[in-house]
Design a protein around this ligand. Sequence first.
Ligand code: PLP
Ligand code: COI
Length: 355
Amino acid sequence: MNSIINNIEIIKAKITKINDVDFDNLKFGHVFSDHMLECNFKNGEWQAPKVIPYQAISLDPSAKIFHYGQSVFEGMKAYKDANEDIWLFRPIENFKRLNISSKRLAIPELPESYFMDGLKTLLQVDNEWIPKKDGSSLYIRPFVFASGNGFHASPADEYTFIIACAPSGSYFSGKVRVLIEEKYSRSANGGVGFAKAGGNYAGQFYPTQLAIEKGYQQVIWTDDNTHEYIEEAGAMNIFVRINDTLITGPTSDRILDGITRKSIIELAEAKGIPVEVRKLSVHEVVAAAKDGSLKEMFGAGTAAVISPIAGFGYKGEDFDLPELEDTYASSLKKRITDIQTNKAEDPFGWRYKVE
Ligand code: PLP
Ligand code: COI
């Protein structure tokens, strides 16, 4: 039966898939909830979004997404607390970043109400899909792509915005080993590295496969010009602890301005941890690994949350991080997830109740 919530039309799925899902053993992004939000851009404007049953999309073979890769996406999570209330973390930041990415890819920007009301309505409809178990959440994937047709290499005249959701467990299993990249680049000055453009990820797959063959899970990208400075990893920003100082590189047009990254900087500062946002050379990290002052490295991102790095490879040499009792990674992970899941006060006003 059709209904309307927050001005969004809802077409309900006839059957639910939820009974087939093992919520105690969730992988990341592997099963999808019963509904999705869909919104189309045509005749020069975004049409009203609708919540519809999760389903395959039919596109013309000439749709520009296939040829010119005009697509952007976001990654968010919904959490359910002990009272069954639903929470998001800094969702307006994701909305703004989606439009920043869209603008760079010549995709029309979305109105905030379509994104936020559409997302809230979808979460209410798929409420039962939001996991309650610690460490699990409903991973939310908003994305926009060129669904308009034609082989001309120019922006499409039609676009599709979809939000799909996947109840998910952790992105990495266990600690992560990373390879510091010496040859390939993820992004370049003036490019699209700061945008969450689909093609940024496609370009990483081949070098990452090479790293996986050597026993690493992720590549740490270095600057495209000299390969001397640490930028970010494939799906997360990077933090390095040297002695007691936490260091992360500055954002630029080559690096994704991570919402987890900026939250971790504020949380660390609030805990009294000395934080430096500055260029960090591979040479400095290798020297710190050799003299024992390198205490921790971790990645930070929505999917990855805070993922401790066990070791890194560089120029054929492997370096192991020490196994410490109390790490910044574990205390900051607890702090941020307690805020996200409504287990602790949120002095920053980051948590957003879905109602
Ligand atoms: N860097 C890249 C390349 C990413 O894909 C992500 C994930 O979204 C991040 C960093 C972390 O960003 P956020 O914390 O906003 O999820
Ligand atoms: C996220 O952390 O949400 C991302 O989008 C990273 C993705 C590559 C899994």
